[in-house]
Ligand binder design. Structure first.
Ligand code: CDT
Length: 305
């Protein structure tokens, strides 16, 4: 059986505050059709792909915040995406804001799902590393209120048996933490999908603004190599509501090599054939975990903070 997945990374350009979910879904369907023409069978979309990146605004009323969240998935707005995927036999990964009501308590997560070619949701991940701040900070040119609007994900970093391989997920800021990838790597992840919304401007250290694209690829390429896995990183890019977001959507081989990369800051598709058996080149050699890891010397890493 072939262990090759033809992967498409579907970068989205900006989504304005006024843009409807249906419009965003239509843009994603166009990219899915383009992916099918290129023989892809798995497509990855960005973090919070259905709306603008709303944590850049401070909202007082919970009802205003909840407008950006999905109570169920699929729902009326996203059903056409699921139907198209089913029709085209295309697996996909997409990020969205999830409102889960459990025992009358409202939980808000920054979520991604993995959908098989059958249209069935086979994996869910809720973002663990939530960046930004909790309160309104007037000195900032734009807010980054993920810590206010989302709870820390409660599903851990899991690997899912899907698309003929071991698939992991994480979201945006998670990629900056080597622990994210090592936990997935320890479960044998062969392909990790992640979406991101990364502003060019980092108000706490603006002297690093020119390094944003470099840091993006730096963490993804090193994580792919150190864990012997394919990584598909997908941006929401371009100027969104006066906030510039980096692009740099990419597909990275287990050797750490960038095999495909977007060149624009708009809706753009890239495709690469990912042979999952190539993970062995790394997993069975330089990073053969069972032979070479020294976990007894790493205990500090997993100690509570
Ligand atoms: N979406 C997200 O996690 N963005 C962060 C921005 C930097 S921290 C304010 C990131 O790590 O790319």
């Amino acid at each position: 059986m072939t262990r090759k997945i033809k992967v498409a990374a579907a970068q989205l350009g900006p989504i304005s505050r006024e843009e409807s979910r249906s419009s965003a879904v239509n843009r994603m369907i166009s990219l899915m059709r383009e992916a099918k023409k290129k023989d892809a069978n798995f497509i990855v979309y960005p973090e919070l792909a259905l709306t603008t990146f709303f944590p850049r605004w401070y909202f007082e009323k919970q009802s205003e915040i909840d407008k950006f969240f999905e109570k169920e998935m699929p729902n009326e707005a996203t059903q056409p995406l699921f139907e198209e995927a089913y029709k085209l036999k295309m697996g996909f990964n997409i990020g969205y804001a999830e409102l889960q009501i459990e025992d009358g308590i409202h939980h808000h997560y920054n979520t991604a799902i993995l959908v098989e070619k059958t249209g069935k949701i086979v994996g869910k991940y809720r973002k663990i590393h939530l960046p930004g701040h909790e309160e309104f900070e007037p000195w900032r040119p734009f807010q980054h209120l993920e810590k206010r609007y989302f709870e820390t994900g409660n599903l851990g970093f899991k690997v899912h048996q899907a698309l003929g391989g071991k698939i992991g997920m994480c979201i945006c800021n998670d990629r900056r933490w080597p622990e994210t990838f090592r936990v997935l790597g320890l479960q044998g992840a062969e392909l990790i999908a992640l979406g991101y919304n990364t502003p060019v401007h980092y108000p706490l250290a603006p002297e690093h603004d020119h390094l944003q694209d470099f840091h993006n690829h730096l963490v993804l390429q090193s994580a792919a190599y150190q864990n012997g896995t394919w990584i598909v990183g997908v941006a929401k890019a371009g100027e969104e509501e006066k906030c510039d977001l980096i692009g740099g959507t990419c597909i990275i081989a287990p050797t750490g090599e960038l095999v495909a990369e977007c060149k624009t800051l708009g809706d753009e598709l890239i495709v690469a054939e990912c042979d999952l058996d190539r993970c062995k080149e790394i997993k069975e050699n330089i990073f053969n975990f069972s032979l070479h890891r020294e976990p007894q010397n790493y205990t500090l890493i997993s100690a509570p903070k």
